[in-house]
Design a protein around this ligand. Structure first.
Ligand code: PGA
Length: 249
């Protein structure tokens, strides 16, 4: 059975002192333990925050990884390095990576392969920009992101992945997809998975919603049959908001 997950993407925020304080607050909070909590701090803090989280049920991930195994790629981090400092999850294809670093689906697919090779869990992000939704092209766009990013995987491997639907127009804007819009797209993604891998595999894959998810709307979003949690940006920078979201199932 698929997991409920609440993942906090801290993006490029927090000093060292602030980041360790936030991690300690999250780890020390009360939340329903059937929810998998994941913190995605900036890469430089991952090693230390993994130690802070080590004796808890909170997992740690990294916001990006290289599609290459090792070698002359200045500034990049390989999945084996990431694994060696205690992270278990990796974000792939976040819209900010796609937009500002020109990451296309083929690069995302190569990253997913490296992540799985290192026995880490990819959280594969997809989602449309506003113009695509307004042109009614959002289903096609998300379909191609999913097909080109993860459909090369075997059933065994896709079961090791998490998918996050993040409409770009809802990220950091305060505008959330309505509960119906979220469920509609999550159901569409689940149906793509059913068609490709069958119902049993599709039902075991968690699909998270991201985009201005906060304590005031998380309950309504998570109540949907195909919304298995959230990928939280702004609201994950505050431990009590993040925990309130985790307690919204
Ligand atoms: P937001 O970001 O919650 O601040 O909208 C979500 C994300 O980008 O993962």
């Amino acid at each position: 059975m698929r997991k409920n997950i609440v993942a906090g993407n801290w993006k490029m925020n927090k000093t060292h002192a602030e980041a360790t304080a936030l991690a300690n607050d999250v780890v020390g909070s009360n939340y329903a333990h059937e929810v998998q909590l994941i913190m995605f701090p900036p890469a430089v803090y991952v090693s230390e925050i993994s130690k802070i989280a080590a004796s808890s049920n909170v997992a740690v991930g990294i916001q990006n990884s290289s599609q290459h195994e090792s070698g002359a790629y200045t500034g990049e981090l390989s999945t084996s390095m990431i694994k060696s400092v205690g992270a278990n999850y990796v974000l792939v294809g976040h819209s900010e990576r796609r937009e500002y670093f020109n990451e296309q689906n083929d690069v995302c697919a190569a990253k997913v392969d490296q992540i799985l090779k290192a026995e880490l869990t990819p959280i594969y992000c997809c989602g449309e920009v506003l113009e695509e939704r307004e042109a009614s092209n959002h289903f096609n766009l998300v379909q191609s992101q999913i097909e080109e990013g993860v459909f090369h995987l075997s059933a065994d491997d896709i079961l090791k992945c998490v998918i996050a639907y993040e409409p770009v127009w809802a990220i950091g804007t305060g505008v959330t997809a309505s509960s119906d819009q979220a469920q509609e797209m999550h159901k569409f993604i689940r149906t793509l998975l059913v068609d490709k891998y069958g119902i049993d595999v599709a039902n075991d894959i968690s699909i998270l919603y991201g985009g201005s998810c906060k304590p005031s709307n998380a309950k309504e979003l998570f109540a949907n049959a195909d919304v298995d949690g959230g990928l939280i940006g702004g609201a994950s920078l505050n431990a009590s908001d993040f925990i309130a979201i985790a307690n919204s199932f």
